[in-house]
Design a protein around this ligand. Sequence first.
Ligand code: FE
Ligand code: FE
Ligand code: MG
Length: 177
Amino acid sequence: MGQKAKELVTRAGLDVDALIKDLNSAYCDEWLAYYQYWIGAKVAEGKMFHLIAQELAEHASEELEHAEKLAKRIIELGGTPAISPDLWLKDSTCGYLSPENPDAMALLKQNIAGERCAIEVYHKLLEDVAGKDLVTEHLVREILEDELEHEQDLEDLHRSCDMKENACNTKAKACRK
Ligand code: FE
Ligand code: FE
Ligand code: MG
């Protein structure tokens, strides 16, 4: 813990314990997002699966970086990042969508939903700390920018599949939705 880190946050009028709780919830979200992307990249099927799996794998590593950044800040503030995977689902806001349907288009839809939830979480957190805890503000803004990019990347992939109908797996009903 950094004594000064905690002091600055308290002086700004923020409840440190509540902030740590919010950061920990986001930390749990990141591990679930990481695994959802990671396993999605492994099981993806369908004609565009190579391209999509590559993007999913890239996003997985970026979600893990988010978890790293959040863990560092939680520790600085005197908290403990979730020490057991049991807590990931329990304390998560965005939850986890199992890739029961390995069709790459279906995976995209699931991950788009996850990104939209993450954007809401980080936007709310940013509003809470803006102008008060400048270090967390910077960190959360960086992550929010990544999540916005993630959503757009996945939407673009989904759209390009829609436009090139014959490039999609013919079984991928999700393409036509
Ligand atoms: Fe993330
Ligand atoms: Fe993301
Ligand atoms: Mg990307």
